[in-house]
Design a protein around this ligand. Structure first.
Ligand code: MOS
Length: 730
């Protein structure tokens, strides 16, 4: 098969769905206009632990327009089959309205269904719930936790004891909430025993499987539709209880039901990045070679489920450390269950490791970039495997040059600009290259245009665009002649849009599918006596601009349209897939070097990120303009994590006190100055057929520690806590 010229891939296209989005024509979950739909509003608990002793629904039921108030007293029993597909953590998931128990603050305890949203909201405010409350435990601090995972190589304790330099640190990382602009929302409609959900999700197949499991119906009886997602950052990777509530309500009232969580409910009934306490001991020699690391991370989870995230990988593979020990613990609390958020696991872990590396560099008087280069491994010490590609040295070299790192005076508190202390910092970013089985379907119509589809999601990174680019090149069509569709369980299955795996997985499936379709057309032409390509070796044919032609003899050929018309074909179609091997011989990660410059106001302790540069080793970049959006978004998210984001719980009653976007601080335009991304020109075919290593999560990792290290350089103050607040710097 002759390789296709790559024209669309690598070109800086704007979003193919951009016009729909900016003109308000893109239908997000609750935007879908479903005839006869009524509205449900969730009533949530005002205690964090205990049981419901009474619910008075009479005032709510008396409101005009109210169709039903559903509580555990009148709700039917639901099946809640085990479900291994939908990213439910280990444990027993919350079962809506099945008993009188309250497990966390804000747990749904009732739902009001009414003909208008306003009626449902008003009636919900009239539902009176009484409780027998017990004192909840919601504070991670000082709790020993339950060991979840261990790892050891070499003898970390002995190596620490004999190390020339030792660090012993404890880090505290705040809980963060995802806060996408679009809140979680679902529309549920039953047609007999078949359920259709229009849902905000990063994983339509996950939602489909969970809904089927909750109601005990066959998976194929559930269809999930989710063409647009207004940001998610991980919160859409699991199916939260409101989806079951919407479907239950729809069944109870015999009408389609729309349910959107309020902004406040987005802090209580869906996941969050867990709070961490992380003990890290590090031993090194005077040349800066790290000889030992002992990691003891602890994060919060709920009492009903044990959350897992990738907390141990970085400590095992990032640097050439012969002696490593790790114990990951979870603390079970009377809280809702966390969920993966923006570089899950890696973002939190990298803060601790990369701040410690900066401290080591400072202590030894070694440049922080040089220190990292001295600890570059030649293979993955956790598996013994070679890296598919690892160009971290190059990331640092290019980054240092472009950032002007050499001009840095290493002495902390040495640079001032008026009231501002200026500092620069650096950190490594890294995230694993995940791949999963994915399928796609493509159809080429007689008019020479194509439709390609896969049940993927696009929560913002630009999947519509990047998949269109891959498909266009494989089919030899212009981008405008290809339409990519996603977000419907009727389409061929795709993995979640999460863990940086979608481009590698669905992109490879799309390429395979379109390759097959192109080959079909080529076979048809070379076997067709009336075709100018008759008798040509199929391997010598390429398709350019919708025209099949001999590679070295472009004048000889014909268009798809001519070929299909002459053969009286309305279309050609093909199915394809990507099915990665279960065990790869390679260790696959994407890398970055993150450089930050901050100013810290000497009087106020305010931190401003003045500029940031990240250099990425992420394999092939399919869609440079959207990659840039992703990178800038990751840096903005990292600024949030470093300086602003902090979910605050009142441990007296388990209430989150800043459950709104006024009090939960995120970066705004005034916080964002000069953010720049550079991509090493890469192509990692050991990772996957389209050569990508994933970008979505990587862009977030390493940002917070680069900022923290810059704050130290500016002020001489080392902060081991996130977010870094003004108070900590005064
Ligand atoms: Mo990502 S946190 O897996 O959406």
């Amino acid at each position: 098969m002759s390789p296709q010229p790559q024209k669309a891939v690598g070109s800086p296209l704007s979003r193919v769905d951009g016009r729909l989005k900016v003109t308000g024509k893109a239908a997000y979950a609750v935007d879908h206009d479903i005839p006869g739909a009524v509205h449900a509003v969730v009533v949530d608990s005002s205690i964090a632990l205990g049981r419901i002793t009474g619910i008075d629904t009479s005032a709510a039921e008396a409101c005009p327009g109210v169709l039903k108030v559903i509580t555990h007293r009148n709700a039917p029993r639901l099946v809640y089959r085990d479900n291994p597909v939908s990213n439910n953590p280990r444990g027993r998931r919350l079962r809506v309205f099945q008993d009188d128990q309250v497990l966390f603050f804000g747990q749904p305890v009732a739902a009001v269904v009414a003909t208008t949203l306003e009626a449902a909201q008003h009636a919900a405010s009239l539902v009176e719930v009484s409780y027998e409350a017990r004192q909840p435990t919601t504070d991670l601090a000082g709790r020993p936790g339950n060991p979840l995972l261990n790892y050891a190589r070499g003898d970390a304790e002995a190596a620490l004891a004999s190390a020339e330099v030792r660090l012993d640190r404890e880090f505290h990382l705040a809980r963060n909430h995802h806060n996408p602009i679009e809140p979680h929302a679902t529309i549920a409609r039953w047609d007999g025993d078949k359920l259709t959900l229009w849902d905000k999700t990063q994983y339509v197949i996950g939602t489909q499987n969970e809904a089927a499991a909750v109601f005990g119906i066959p998976v194929e009886n559930v269809r999930v539709i989710s063409p647009f997602v207004g940001g998610a950052f991980g919160t859409g990777l699991r199916t939260w209880p409101h989806v079951a509530i919407a479907a239950l309500a729809a069944r109870e009232v015999g009408r389609p039901v729309k349910l959107a969580l309020s902004r406040r409910q987005m802090y209580f009934t869906v996941g969050y990045r867990p709070r961490y306490e992380y003990k890290l001991r590090l031993g090194a020699d005077r040349q800066g070679r790290v000889t030992a690391m002992a990691h003891e991370p602890t994060y919060e989870t709920s009492n009903h489920e044990t959350f897992w995230e990738a907390t141990l990988f970085l400590g095992q593979m990032l640097y050439n450390v012969p002696n490593v020990s790790q114990t990951l613990r979870t603390v079970s609390l009377d809280v809702n269950t966390p969920l993966w958020m923006r570089g899950p696991g890696f973002s939190s872990t990298s803060f601790c490791i990369e701040v410690a590396m900066d401290e080591l560099a400072h202590e030894l008087g070694i440049d922080p970039v040089e220190l990292r280069l001295r600890n570059e491994p030649t293979r993955d010490l956790s598996t013994g495997q070679p890296f598919s590609t690892r160009r971290l040295r190059e990331c640092f070299r290019v980054g240092a040059r472009e950032f002007g790192w050499d001009r840095r005076n290493p002495k902390p508190r040495s640079t001032r600009d008026g009231d501002w202390l200026i500092g620069t910092g650096v950190a490594t970013g890294c995230y694993d290259t995940n791949r999963a089985r994915a399928e796609a379907h493509a159809r080429l119509d007689a008019n020479g245009t194509a439709v390609v589809q896969s049940a993927a999601s696009d929560a913002g990174p630009g999947t519509y665009t990047s998949m269109t680019q891959v498909a266009a090149d494989a089919l030899g069509l212009a981008v405008r002649e290809v339409e990519f569709r996603l977000g419907d369980t009727l389409m061929p299955p795709a993995p979640p849009q999460g863990a940086s795996q979608l481009m590698a997985s669905v992109g490879s499936a799309v390429q395979d599918t379109c390759d097959k379709l192109r080959q079909q057309a080529i076979s048809l032409a070379v076997g067709d006596r009336r075709s100018p390509l008759h008798g040509v070796n199929p391997d010598d044919v390429v398709v350019i601009g919708g025209r099949l032609q001999v590679k070295d003899q472009p004048a000889r050929g014909e268009t798809y349209r001519q070929l299909l018309a002459r053969n009286n074909l309305t279309h050609l179609e093909a199915n394809g897939l990507y099915n990665p091997e279960a065990e790869s011989p390679y260790s696959m990660y994407a890398y970055s070097a993150v450089f930050a410059e901050v100013g810290v106001d000497v009087n106020l302790g305010l931190v401003r990120v003045r500029r940031m540069l990240s250099v990425y080793d992420a394999g092939r970049i399919i869609s440079p303009k959207l990659a840039d959006s992703q990178a800038v978004g990751g840096m903005v998210g990292g600024i949030g994590m470093a300086l602003l984001e902090h979910t605050v719980t009142d441990h007296r009653d388990g209430r989150i006190v800043n459950a709104n976007l006024a009090d939960y601080l995120v970066p705004v335009n005034a916080d964002i100055r000069d953010l720049r991304a550079i991509y090493l020109d890469g192509d990692d075919r050991k990772a996957d057929p389209i050569g990508v290593k994933g970008l979505g999560e990587l862009v977030k990792v390493g940002v917070a520690p680069a900022i923290a290290n810059a704050v130290f350089h500016a002020t001489g103050r080392r902060v081991h806590e996130l977010p870094i607040t003004a108070e900590a710097l005064l």
